[in-house]
Design a protein around this ligand. Structure first.
Ligand SMILES: Nc1nc2c(ncn2[C@@H]2O[C@H](COP(=O)(O)OP(=O)(O)OP(=O)(O)O)[C@@H](O)[C@H]2O)c(=O)[nH]1
Length: 309
């Protein structure tokens, strides 16, 4: 099983380090490693992060999107060879870099097998975006926002509720498919990242919507004891995608011997080899996570049941 990677991008000073510190100290028992990047000779970020958790590695003297890309890959393999290996890796990109290059290197199949990009989080400074509306036309910031599966409006304590709502409206007009989160001091819902395997629904016949451990989000689990039709599942997921923050599942499709691990973040869906399932588990296990009120259990169940082959 590849180790999931969360890439954290965002403008200078938006709060990337603060978010990473929050994740490292709220990892719900998960052993996370962080690769931080400080643009410049003095590695302030590494000093800040030191002591937060084991396995923190700082890349010095540059930017991981260009000169230190080789180092990023070496660093990843170093982290992966730790005993025991981390259960998740957070990578911070420099505030002055376009994360697209890092995303491209992480999508390399050789790396993917060991460290799979799970999600990109773009941290934005709610105060700065409110005070300087033209920032949303800045090419670099736009590229950072575009690469984010999740956009975090950090420093929510520095703006009013009306200003936050206005920012959401502008972001929606610009990037309608993104999940926009809000946070103070980078306190993001850690459960959205490095999520556990999909649980068994208590009653297999009925999809269950339950409050996610993270305020503001809920999850829906669904299991089935028959294989699914791949084209019908793809159709259902593309229709559901705009409502979802993420999805994860162990799936079996007709005509395919092996189970697949399905993951979806934002609009990006991937299939990979599934880890071994506990004996007695259902053939198909799926969990959807969405902002409260966006999942209607009956509608989702009907759509999923149509996928059963
Ligand atoms: N008021 C307020 N300040 C915050 C919040 N989050 C972070 N800060 C402050 O914002 C400043 C920048 O935060 P960092 O986490 O260092 O930001 P960064 O994106 O890692 O910065 P660079 O690495 O320089 O690009 C620090 O002084 C933080 O204490 C917040 O939610 N509210």
């Amino acid at each position: 099983m590849p180790v999931p990677v969360l890439l954290v991008t965002g403008f200078l000073g938006a709060g990337k380090t603060t978010v990473i510190n929050h994740l490292l100290t709220n990892a719900a028992g998960k052993r996370l490693a962080a690769v931080v990047n400080d643009f410049g000779a003095i590695n302030i970020d590494a000093e800040l992060l030191a002591g937060s958790a084991d396995g923190v590695v700082a890349l010095q003297n540059g930017c991981i999107c260009c000169t230190l890309q080789g180092d990023l890959l070496r660093t990843l393999s170093l982290l992966l060879r730790q005993e025991p290996p981390p259960e998740g890796i957070v990578i911070e990109t420099s505030g002055v870099s376009d994360p697209a290059e890092v995303v491209r290197s992480l999508l390399d199949p050789v790396i993917w097998r060991e460290a799979a990009l799970d999600a990109v989080l773009c941290v934005a400074d709610a105060r700065a975006l409110t005070d300087r509306p033209p920032l949303l036309e800045d090419a670099l910031l736009l590229s950072q926002l575009r690469s984010g599966d999740f956009i975090l409006l950090n420093k929510a304590d520095t703006v009013t509720a009306e200003e936050l709502a206005a920012l959401r409206t502008r972001l929606f007009a610009l990037l309608p498919a993104r999940t926009v989160l809000e946070a103070v001091q980078g306190a993001i819902p850690a459960g959205l990242f490095f999520a556990d395997e999909p649980p068994e629904a208590p009653d297999r016949a009925v999809p269950v919507v339950s409050r996610f451990s993270t305020p503001g989000f809920e999850s829906l689990s669904w299991t089935a004891d028959r294989r699914l039709s791949l084209p019908r599942f793809q159709m259902a997921v593309s229709r559901l995608a705009p409502r979802l923050a993420r999805a994860k599942g162990i799936l079996r499709f007709e005509g395919q011997e092996k189970p697949m691990l399905f993951q979806m973040v934002g609009e990006r869906a991937t299939f990979g080899a599934a880890p071994p399932s506990p004996s007695g588990s259902a053939m198909v296990r799926l969990v959807f996570i969405a902002e409260n009120g966006r999942l209607q259990a009956d509608m989702v169940r009907a759509m999923l049941e149509e996928c059963v082959a």
